[in-house]
Design a binder for this molecule. Structure first.
Ligand code: LMR
Length: 333
């Protein structure tokens, strides 16, 4: 919190001494919680490269990876205060600041593949969801992928019954909480930057994540098993501080828009490959056993999590869930 106040104070002082001289670049602080060798890390670095190139150096993008500036919830508060200008939090992390609708992306098995996801994010529903950010002082610029989540634990997780009583770290999403409760597990909200240590010391027994996050945080070194469930999706919304964004000269904003479009195409074009590569590295490291489910075991997991749709209908919004399923061409739950 002290860090936040200091950062906000320096923003206020900058405003008092007036606009920077013609030579000094506009600085965009881009904070995120994952490693550079992940889909989000790579897209953020690509945005930096392109933004600086297209603005001819008038904009400088400072990327702070791996929670070096802020952790999960702090990050969004810092953006709202103007202490950082750009973030890409996962859909699951907007609930604590009062935007519950993005939790729809957390529903178990709602997305069969990335092509289906694009139908939602590139369509009218994707645009409608981004509009919800504006009253909270943010502008949504893009949807970035990570990928599909797997379960990790020190216990072999095959059937729904295996989850009973197991403590799982979750992101701050009520849908994820309901998901683990549907399995009889015990969910515990925790910032991403604290997961490795919590797994190592046994504060929690397991967690769910993409293989790129598992590998780059070395979680596979402190988890005996990874079960390839692909039960949910992690993706991001790139957000900027609205006041900052609206206050940019129009030509600069257009150049940044172009950089964002291209960085998005680049990142989303290689996210699946990054996760596949990470899985290969996890296998090579040989420290964890990879479990693949049979079609029957997969069906049992789907069935066990089915009640989550009804459990969270009031929170996320039944019409929204139905619209989402309609856009994906999926079956109503
Ligand atoms: C998590 O908290 O597990 C992820 O959202 C981290 C991330 O940004 O991919």
């Amino acid at each position: 919190m002290r860090k936040l106040i200091l950062a906000a104070a320096s923003v206020a002082i900058m405003a008092l001494i007036g606009p920077a001289s013609a030579q000094s670049p506009i600085v965009i602080k881009f904070s995120h919680v994952v490693a550079s060798n992940t889909p989000k890390g790579a897209a953020a670095d690509k945005f930096k490269e392109l933004a600086e190139k297209y603005t001819g150096g008038k904009v400088k993008v400072e990327v702070y990876a791996n929670s070096t500036l802020y952790k999960d919830k702090e990050e969004l508060e810092a953006l709202q205060l103007g202490a950082v200008q750009m973030l890409a939090p996962s859909n699951s992390k907007f609930g604590p600041i009062g935007i519950r609708e993005f939790e729809v992306f957390d529903l178990p098995y709602i997305l069969p593949d990335l092509a289906t996801l694009r139908k939602v994010t590139d369509g009218p529903l994707g645009a409608k969801l981004l509009k919800l950010l504006e009253p909270k002082g943010m502008t949504g610029l893009a949807y970035w992928d990570n990928g599909f989540k797997e379960m990790t634990a020190n216990k072999k997780l095959i059937t729904p019954a295996d989850y009973k009583g197991v403590k799982f770290r979750i992101q701050s999403s009520k849908v994820l909480e309901a998901q683990f409760r549907s399995l009889g597990a015990i969910p515990q909200v925790m910032a991403f930057g604290e997961v490795y240590q919590a797994l190592q010391t046994g504060v929690v027994d397991g967690q769910e994540n993409t293989t790129s996050n598992i590998y780059s945080q070395k979680m596979h070194e402190v988890q005996k098993y990874v079960t390839m469930t692909n039960h949910g999706y992690i993706g991001y919304v790139v957000v900027v501080n609205k006041k900052f964004w609206d206050g940019l000269p129009a030509d600069i904003r257009a150049q940044l828009d172009k950089a964002m479009k291209e960085a998005t195409a680049y990142g989303n074009g290689q996210s699946a490959k990054e996760n596949e590569g990470a899985l290969e590295e996890i296998k090579k490291a040989g420290k964890t056993e990879i479990i693949t489910l049979t079609p029957e075991q997969d069906a049992a997991m789907r069935k066990a999590m089915e009640p989550v749709y009804a459990d969270v209908a009031t929170r996320v919004g039944k019409p929204l869930i139905e619209e989402f399923i309609k856009e994906t061409g999926g079956v109503s739950h």
